[in-house]
Every structure is written in C-alpha cells, then in structure tokens.
Design a protein around this ligand. Structure first.
Ligand code: AMP
Length: 286
C-alpha cells in the first residue's frame, strides 16, 4: 500500500490522477481502522476511480483533557485494512506537516455545533472543520465519505461545503456494528470486558426507542426519559447526553413526526471512555 506523508508529494500525485480523468474519492480517518472505516473505503472504491484514505490524529479536535496522546495508532495494520477494502493510497502526514506553525485561521460552523458533541466537547468541531477543509484543499476530492456514526459531523461538514462552495459531494454512510449492536469505534479498545458488555445498552436503548415510536409514543420528552432509564440500568454507564433533534438541522423537536428526519443521539461514558451512537428516524417509516 502506497503511503504518502508530504503535502507536496500528494498534490503532485493527485494532479496526475486528475489529469488522467480520474474521479477522486477521499475517506478521512484518524486511523486504527476497523470494518466501519472499511465500509466507507469500499463505497468509495465503487463510486470513484482513485481512493485516498487519510490517516491523521488531529490534535486540534481534541480537548486538553481528552485522549489525544493515548489514541490508538497502528499504521502497519491500517495499511493491510485499507488495501483489503480497496484503497489506492494512504495520506499519512505528521502533525508538523499539517501544522508547521500555530494556525491563525480556522473554519467554524455555527449553530449546528452548539449542541450534542459540540456542547460536550468545546472546540471539537472547529478542529474537525479546519482539518477537513485543509484535507479538501490538499487532496481536492470529488467525493468525500463520512460515517453516520458521527451524524453531527456529517451535518456540520455538509453545511461547511455548502456555505463555502466547496465542489465536493459528501456521501453519508451507514453505521457498521458488532454482532451485539455496539457501533464499531477505534475507542472500543479502551473498554474493559465489563464495560464492553454493558456498552451494548446504547444500541439496545435505541432499538427500544424505535419500538416505542412504532407503538405510537412520539413525544420526545417521554422518549428521552425512557431511554435514560434503560441506559441507567447499567451500573457503569454515566450519561453525557440523550437528545432528540431534527436532522440534519439539529433543532429541538417536541414530536418525532415534526420534521422529515429526526435523530436520537446518545453519548455515554463507561469509565474513561465516551461512546456515541444514534438512530435517524424517517417520518415515512413511522
Ligand atoms: P474516525 O477515524 O473515528 O475519525 O472515523 C473516520 C470516519 O469513519 C468517520 O467519517 C466516521 O464517522 C467513520 N466511522 C467510524 N466508525 C464507524 C462505524 N462504526 N460505521 C460507519 N462509519 C464509521
């Protein structure tokens, strides 16, 4: 698997592919790849001609007390996983390559970043949109693939691309889960066996919510209370948020049917690990 670490070199390489008429697909990641990332790469493989996977643990999107230092990293394993899924190239810049000096320019999306993870992790989305803009400028993809595991991120990036007229199609991809429902995440390796067991409650509570909605309970206040009660049955779970908002506009809703799409979004701590999950409900399905 070809790995390029400098901006100059990747620019030259991409220019060559573009000249040959290739459609460029980008899958931005922080590495430690799993089947969730691979599903994005596989989709990019099907829909574009030249697939770039970027691997960069972006310090700008981590808070001072977050897990930047201990975030799992394994390039050799990532190379195998990326190749298996059909990537053509890995862009793997150093922090110094991406931020040779302290940046003074940032990209910030308002409103959509005021709730959910934006509220719990101040500055997080500013780091995400800044680095994704940089990657878009460097690689100039035609399409970029993002997982709905991070649904707020998808909404924020789509808004950024629209507001700044970036000529890139954002492709949202479905959440890939373990057999017991836990959404795949590079951070799952932090979980102790007991935490890992209890973490299935996120998916279970979303499934319960779906059942309640199908039974006709559509008031979001009631649904949120019930979801909280389900999560709280697990001794190690500490809820960060349980929210139900319109999607992708991320505004409060009183009833599930109020807008065409509604997101039930969860963030729950297990020990030192914060897990997120969500379910997007389509009005037509209710
Ligand atoms: P990360 O490396 O965690 O920053 O994730 C890189 C990309 O992979 C993001 O667009 C994520 O939303 C996506 N992703 C991570 N986990 C999953 C998953 N379980 N299913 C689908 N996409 C995922």
């Amino acid at each position: 698997m070809e790995v390029i670490t400098t901006i100059n070199e990747i620019r030259t390489r991409i220019a060559k592919e573009k000249k040959a008429g290739k459609v460029i697909g980008l899958v931005p990641t922080m590495g430690y790849l799993h089947r969730g990332h691979q599903s994005l790469i596989e989709k990019a493989r099907k829909e574009s001609d030249f697939v770039v996977v970027s691997i960069f643990v972006n310090p700008l999107q981590f808070g001072p007390n977050e897990d930047y230092d201990r975030y799992p990293r394994d390039l050799e394993r990532d190379k195998i996983m990326a190749k298996q899924a059909g990537a053509d190239l890995i862009f793997f810049p150093s922090v110094n390559e991406m931020y040779p000096a302290k940046p003074k320019t940032f990209v910030e999306v308002n409103e959509l970043t005021a709730q959910l993870c934006g509220k719990s992790r101040p500055g997080h989305f500013r780091g995400v949109t800044t680095v994704v803009s940089k990657l878009f400028h460097i690689i100039q993809p035609d399409m970029a693939y993002f997982g709905l595991k991070d649904a707020q991120q998808v909404a924020v990036i789509q808004q950024m691309v629209q507001d700044l007229n970036m000529p890139i199609t954002i492709i949202p991809c479905p959440i890939v889960r373990e057999e017991d429902g836990l959404a795949l995440s590079s951070r799952n390796v932090y979980l102790s066996p007991e935490e890992r067991n209890q973490a299935t409650i996120l998916y279970q509570s979303l499934q319960k919510a779906k059942e309640w909605i199908e039974e006709g309970i559509t008031e979001t206040r009631i649904l949120k209370d019930r979801i909280r009660s389900v999560i709280e049955t697990q001794s190690l779970a500490r809820i960060d948020y349980v929210e139900i908002l319109s999607f992708p506009s991320l505004e409060p809703v009183g009833e599930i049917n109020e807008t065409s799409q509604t997101i039930i979004a969860l963030a729950v701590w297990f020990g030192k690990t914060r897990l997120i999950d969500n379910l997007i409900i389509d009005r037509n399905e209710v």
